[in-house]
Design a protein around this ligand. Structure first.
Ligand SMILES: [Zn+2]
Ligand SMILES: [Zn+2]
Length: 451
């Protein structure tokens, strides 16, 4: 494994005094601070290597000092200062592939703080090694932000002979009549394989689907851009409001997220006119809102109207013990407070050529989206068929509240999809963003669409 020094993190209590030393006495250049909201920390980067600090641009990244300032009392830096006082906090080593590096460490029995790499600053992916394994120094492994859509899908870990952990977040474009449809992605999440495949036993699903050592399978969090006279996004992934603990439980990998893929599609949050929700689970609605630097949660798409099915809204704002872990109010209540929420009560047209249809099943009011133009049809089926593995009838999620309703909705839709050659978008499939369902010898298969 190759690792080079990236930066040294220094916890500071009194920033002006620290600047008086590093900037004024040493005469070093201090860059504009950068806030890592999830860690409640502000980093002041000081280039000290032979090559300047330039991780954002094309140049080679240099070596930096980072003065770390807590922005909230519960920040890890605040806790560190309280316990140990100001001083050396961590060193960061840059590696080419942080997932491979972590797997390598774990194989050798090295104790990790992050068993799974997670997002860091500037779209990097990071993992901390426990100081008990590093002889007393907190060590962070870091992989810099990945490139753009020319990037091939990553082929991660593989059990001997079994399926690989494939992650394909490339942006795909399709034309359906007058619409351009663009598949974008907010990264990946790991959910329990058993829950994802319901009554299907692991010996069957594990033949085609990779599971990690905590039995989690990799799922993409895809959104669909419907670009016509107006620009709509269907669902918006997880977003960045969740804690490190949440990221660990759900193996969140947002190293390439909706901000990156939207930018590749030539769009930004400001371009979106309409945000349409299939339902309000956190992996679909988390990206509807962001927490600003004052800690206030506000709509992420500043110009957009958000469209939610009323029944789903009622369920999400009155959760029960069975569904409450999926409904996080910060993802949608601020929309109502900001006055950007619009409810639909029944199956209807959202804009010419785009309509919603209730599927039920996954949640009582879960809806799919149909896009019809120029004699062609596309469908964003969301959690009715989250991956291509869920196309056969019996493969219904254990998470579904009304699995028999999912089955009925799926049977109806698949028949239609085969007959009308519908372009089907698979929101959670880690490798196939869209495809056509074919039936051969009574067996269904998906022919991936290239875009
Ligand atoms: Zn869901
Ligand atoms: Zn989902």
């Amino acid at each position: 494994m190759k690792a080079v020094l990236d930066h040294v993190g220094i916890a500071v209590k009194d920033l002006p005094a620290a600047l008086a030393f590093y900037r004024d006495a040493l005469g070093l250049h201090v860059e504009a601070p950068e806030e890592v909201i999830s860690q409640r920390v502000r980093a002041h980067v000081i280039p000290v290597g032979p090559v300047g600090h330039d991780v954002r641009g094309a140049g080679a990244p240099g070596v930096n000092l980072e003065l770390l300032e807590a922005t909230a009392p519960d920040s890890p830096i605040a806790k560190y200062l309280e316990k140990r006082g100001p001083g050396l906090h961590h060193i960061t080593l840059r590696v080419d592939d942080v997932h491979a590096a972590v797997a390598h460490m774990k194989q050798r029995g090295i104790r990790m703080i992050d068993e799974t790499p997670r997002p860091g600053a500037e779209s990097s992916t990071i993992a901390f090694i426990h100081p008990s394994a590093t002889h007393g120094v907190l060590v962070e492994l870091k992989q810099s932000a990945p490139g753009t859509s020319t990037q091939p899908p990553t082929l991660g870990t593989q059990h001997s002979g079994g399926p690989r952990d494939v992650r394909d977040s490339r942006v795909l474009r399709f034309t359906v009549g007058d619409f351009e449809l663009i598949a974008v992605c907010d990264g990946f999440i790991g959910l329990d394989g058993g829950s994802m495949f319901g009554v299907v036993p692991k010996p069957l699903w594990s033949k085609t689907t990779y599971a990690d050592d905590r039995n989690r399978i990799t799922l993409a969090m895809r959104s669909l851009i419907v670009h016509g006279p107006r620009t709509m996004i269907v669902d918006a992934g997880l977003g960045d409001k969740e804690s490190a603990k949440f990221h660990d439980i759900y193996a969140v990998d947002r190293s390439r997220n909706l901000d990156h893929t939207l930018a590749e599609a030539g769009l930004s949050a400001e371009h979106i006119d309409v945000v349409l929700a299939t339902h309000l689970h956190f992996d679909h609605a988390g990206g509807f809102t962001v927490r600003d630097s004052n800690g206030k949660v506000r709509p992420r798409f500043p110009r957009a109207q958000y469209i939610v099915r009323r029944g789903e809204w009622e369920d999400a704002t009155h959760p029960n013990v069975r569904n409450q872990a999926s409904y996080l109010k910060d993802n949608y209540v601020p929309l109502a407070e900001a006055g950007v929420l619009q409810m639909v009560d029944e199956d209807q047209m959202i804009m010419p050529g785009v309509r919603v249809r209730r599927t039920g099943g996954h949640t009582m009011h879960h809806q799919m989206v149909l896009i019809e133009s120029g004699g062609k049809t596309a469908a964003f089926v969301a959690d009715m068929m989250p991956t291509t593995a869920h196309v056969p009838d019996a493969w219904v999620m254990g998470y579904d509240l009304y699995p028999l309703d999912t089955l009925a909705a799926k049977q109806r839709f698949v028949k239609e999809a085969v007959e009308k050659e519908i372009l089907v978008f698979f929101q959670h499939d880690p490798a196939v963003a869209a495809g056509y369902i074919r039936v051969e010898n009574d067996k269904r298969r998906v022919e991936p669409a290239k875009g």
